[in-house]
Design a protein around this ligand. Structure first.
Ligand SMILES: Nc1nc2c(ncn2[C@@H]2O[C@H](COP(=O)(O)OP(=O)(O)OP(=O)(O)O)[C@@H](O)[C@H]2O)c(=O)[nH]1
Ligand SMILES: [Mg+2]
Length: 200
């Protein structure tokens, strides 16, 4: 399989959740703040500035909606705000929680999740909380490990074991090792995404 997404474009930022009006299949990218979600989206969709990347975590609390064509169908994906950083105010923290809860529980066309995990972090409690939450939804979860350029092969394999163990990862969950910086495994990610979009 060699599927390339075309005509990818940013649609809008969603600050307050409202009911879905489209039946286009959708998936979303999730992960800790700074894990590399926006960088990976730009890398996968071959676009320098599709999703906004930055050094400062937690700039905006919004769901960023994108659309693209695969084959002759249009699909959507969402870049979600990163979790785990200290929000400036209780109001902002609450808004973040409400937005994510509404989106993850109510979005009818949301087909599967792509959870990004930093290969260097072997004991992230927030990742565990997120994964446990996602598991309850019964929707498929794909895991893309990020920033593998930062470690040696030996260390990558060691950390993989530690993370799988810490998160109690189901052996059936499909995962990919990635680096946006070194452009590693783009097609593997795209094929996995396409497989999940086309299967039902
Ligand atoms: N070495 C390396 N750095 C990366 C990689 N991917 C992202 N980064 C860096 O990590 C930082 C955060 O990247 P972002 O893509 O903005 O992360 P994010 O998950 O979208 O962050 P939030 O939107 O704040 O949740 C930036 O400084 C990126 O340059 C990678 O594959 N390798
Ligand atoms: Mg981002």
């Amino acid at each position: 399989m060699f599927l390339i997404p075309k005509n990818v474009k940013f649609i809008k930022s969603i600050f307050t959740y409202s009911k879905v009006t489209t039946s286009k299949k959708q998936f979303c990218f999730l992960g800790r703040s700074n894990v590399g979600k926006s960088s990976l989206i730009n890398f996968l969709f071959n676009h320098k500035k599709l999703a906004y990347t930055g050094k400062k975590p937690g700039k905006t609390i919004a769901l960023n909606l994108f659309e693209f064509t695969l084959g002759n169908q249009n699909y959507q994906f969402v870049d979600t705000p990163g979790y785990g950083y200290h929000l400036n105010s209780k109001i902002e923290a609450k808004r973040f929680q409400n937005l994510m809860n509404d989106y993850l529980n109510k979005q009818a066309n949301l087909q599967f999740f792509i959870l990004l995990l930093d290969i260097r972090r072997t004991d992230s409690k927030n990742d565990k909380i997120m994964l446990d939450f996602l598991n309850k939804t019964q929707k498929p979860i794909l895991i893309f490990f990020t920033k593998i350029d930062k470690l040696s092969k030996t260390k990558i394999n060691l950390n993989l074991k530690l993370i799988k163990n810490f998160l109690n990862l189901d052996s059936k969950i499909e995962f990919v090792l990635t680096s946006s910086l070194k452009k590693i495994n783009r097609q593997v990610c795209l094929n996995l995404i396409a497989k999940n979009l086309l299967k039902n």
